[in-house]
Design a protein around this ligand. Structure first.
Ligand code: UD1
Ligand code: MG
Length: 470
């Protein structure tokens, strides 16, 4: 059967007063992604061909965020402007001129980040199967406080009563409105035209379309969602609840796929993170941005990875911080390492404790195991960088490159004043400060000659003590 196209209307014009924040509500992030992008993801995933985002409070910022949504295929994203926020009913009216007369209009609140595309698809399917004129997404909540209560008769919703207008009896109703609606655009237009402002708040409530549909003898259907999917974010408590539920959803998916998560209650992934089977995630790990953890990799306790790729079988040990870094297969990093932007650790290479790298490549098998700074440095395959090495890469104005050849041995406490090329197979004596290139296979010693004065220390000490006695 040929169905009309689905146009989604996303309500995002509200200020979100209860968030107590200058940021427009739908721009708040839950686990790394804006509420708006979650909702856009759900409705586009459910088959909407065009998304009309109703913007108002913080219009420009909200519209910019809407445009940043990664579009797939021929998806269109449009805006409707609600100048003053006089309620959800008025917000939808602003989108009406953009809707073709015979579209199915899927209306969703912009503050429900847990809504999934799969459930929305079932909702749409049910609407078509039951030949409903209006469908609303509902859920049952032990504590319905703050949500619109759904009043029903003979199994059909007859009206939605908002918290502030509800009678004591209505307040006891546990079936509440989840802020998801589906209706043909022509009927929507008729119903919206009949909404009168609330006597309590003066707002035009979208939820009134249910009672109006009943009056017009149109079939309204309530479709039950898993209550975890319809959490609306109105304040900081609900934002934290939404983040908790999002993470729980991802964590359970990973667990089903064979990722071992040692402390699911203390794991902090964000939207966009990917983890492959066999990976082991320690307690208090934070994963942000486009981080990818490949097969069988291990992340130790407290490691923080931002936009970082961890190759198969690699080990990131406790309290390591990585940003825009790449760790190749079987490499080992940390504990307490810091990989800054542009760090690449090759296959089987090692970066140990208190080593900081920035814009640096360690080729396969290279090692920098202790207390070093490697900035703008390239370390050749199987080279060894000793404890306390410093790449002196910055002259106060410009950055310069340090190149260390394959299998070179850089002793402890070496400082390389860049730009400098340290040849392959060379050997740099510990404690050297090198500022000239070192040829391949050469030994470089660049430190003051040692002089020992026999018995001098003993004499010096007794002289000092006798001076103190006087
Ligand atoms: C709304 C519903 C309530 C439902 C709940 C589910 C109404 C009147 N009430 O209440 O029945 O249980 O969602 O989460 O719809 N917005 C605008 N323009 C406005 C006002 C709001 O675009 O003038 C947007 C907001 O940005 C928000 C969405 O509409 O994304 C819902 O508004 P909100 O104030 O959160 O409504 P609730 O009180 O949660
Ligand atoms: Mg809300």
């Amino acid at each position: 059967m040929n169905h009309p196209p689905i146009f989604a209307v996303i309500l995002g014009a509200g200020k979100g007063t209860r968030m107590r924040s200058p940021l427009p509500k739908v721009l708040h992030k839950a686990a790394g992604r804006s509420l708006l992008h979650y909702v856009m993801g759900a409705v586009s995933g459910a088959g909407a061909s065009t998304l009309v985002v109703v913007v108002g409070h913080g219009r420009n910022e909200v519209w910019e965020e809407a445009q940043r949504f990664p579009r797939k295929g021929s998806l269109e994203v449009w805006q409707a402007f609600q100048k003053e926020q006089c309620g959800t009913g008025q917000a939808v009216s602003m989108a009406l001129p953009l809707l073709p007369p015979e579209a199915d209009v899927l209306i969703v609140n912009g503050d429900g980040p847990l809504l999934s595309d799969q459930s929305l698809k079932l909702f749409i399917e049910n609407h078509r199967k039951t030949k409903a004129s209006l469908s609303i997404g509902v859920m049952e909540r032990e504590n319905p406080l703050g949500y619109g209560r759904v009043v029903s008769k003979n199994g059909r919703p007859t009206k939605i009563v908002e918290e502030r207008e509800a009678s004591a009896k209505e307040k006891k109703i546990k079936v509440v409105n989840g802020g998801v609606y589906l209706v043909r655009s022509s009927l929507l237009k008729t119903l919206l035209g009949q909404i009168r402002p609330s006597s309590q708040s003066g707002e035009f409530y979208l939820t009134d379309i249910v009672a109006l549909a009943q009056k017009a003898k149109k079939k309204a259907v309530a479709y039950s969602f898993d209550p975890r999917e319809l959490v609306g974010v109105n304040d900081g408590i609900q934002l934290a609840e939404a983040e908790f539920l999002l993470r729980k959803r991802w964590i359970e998916e990973w667990q089903r796929e064979g990722v071992r998560i040692l402390a699911p209650e203390a794991f902090w992934p964000e939207a966009g993170v990917r983890i492959e089977s066999g990976a082991i995630i320690g307690p208090n790990v934070v994963l942000q941005g486009q981080t990818i953890v490949e097969k069988d990799a291990e992340l130790g306790p407290g490691s923080v990875l931002i936009d970082t790729k961890v190759g198969p079988g690699a080990k990131v040990r406790a309290y390591t911080h990585c940003e825009s870094a790449q760790i190749s297969a079987r490499a080992e990093v940390g504990p307490f390492a810091r990989l800054r932007a542009g760090s690449q650790v090759g296959e089987g290479a090692k970066v140990g404790n208190f080593v900081e790298t920035k814009n640096t490549i360690l080729h396969p098998g290279a090692k920098a195991n202790h207390l070093s700074y490697l900035g703008d440095t390239e370390v050749g395959a199987d080279a060894n960088v000793g404890c306390g090495f410093i790449a002196c890469n910055f002259d106060g104005v410009q950055k310069h490159k340090t190149q260390i050849g394959a299998k070179a041995f850089v002793g402890s406490g070496v400082q390389a004043v860049a730009p400098i090329v340290i040849g392959p197979d060379s050997y740099i004596a510990s404690g050297s400060t090198v500022n000239r290139d070192v040829p391949a296979g050469a030994l470089a010693v660049a430190r003051a000659k040692q002089e020992n004065k026999e018995g001098y220390a003993t004499r010096l000490r007794s002289r000092m003590l006798s001076r103190k006695g006087k």
